[in-house]
Design a protein around this ligand. Sequence first.
Ligand SMILES: O=C(O)CCC(=O)C(=O)O
Length: 285
Amino acid sequence: MNEFPLTLDDAIVNSFRDDGFVVTPGVLSGSDLDRYAAAVDIEVANRTADDDRELSEKTTYEQSFIQCMRLWETSAEVRPLSCHAGLAGIAAQLLGVASVRLWQDQALYKEPSGRETTAHQDETFWPIGEEPLVSAWIPFDDVRLEHGAMAYVAGSHKVGSLRVVDITHGSEPYDILQDPALEGREPQFVEVDAGSVIWHHGMTVHQAAANTSQQTRRAFTVVYISSAARRVKEWPTYPLDREGIKVGETMRGDGMPVLWPAPKQLPVPPELIGEKTGPQYKVPK
Ligand SMILES: O=C(O)CCC(=O)C(=O)O
């Protein structure tokens, strides 16, 4: 980590609170970033080794990105990024909470010609209500519009839960960007340099452009949730079901370690109890 101030300027925190997203420039140094990127590349290659499909043969959802989740559990080299105390400390400040835990990490590699990422709100996918949640979107390369830049509807985190978007279908009839609650506000595309991190609130409506370039857009995300967050619904959800967390209970467990305040040692991942199914590990039903 660079000499990035762990105590964020008020301007950054206020911008995040007003807009529901913010860029923190120069967070990760070039050498750290190169090391993390190489580790994530290896893990993505391992998890997709059996997949030789062309982009056009993939599902609509898979055409948005190659998604590999919970890499910290299978790669000791990725773990220091997913459990990075500096990043977790920033997450806690942005959310204004004393403590955050890991909700999930994932590689989102948008292949050349990869389609746009359909606009959505993250938190509506999970049975966690509107508990404080923030994502760090960490590009491994400079990301311009043509690579599949992210875009955010400023202030949309304040409108509350909109309808759940089925992002697996490009022809989803509900276009969240047309929801009257957003009053016609347009998403703002954010081009970003490697080393910077874009943070977005769990309720912010966001999307990503198609990748019209010849290079894979390599991004990694770490999603942090308040350590005091509770499960509010039944909906099957891997990290909660694996830990046996019931509705009304506070989240906990080895699969969702507290990352801020920083643990003395890197957390140890839980035993993998699922099968490897393509790029993911799935819990048996
Ligand atoms: O990287 C993308 O294309 C989408 C990322 C996203 O939706 C997220 O980080 O929540």
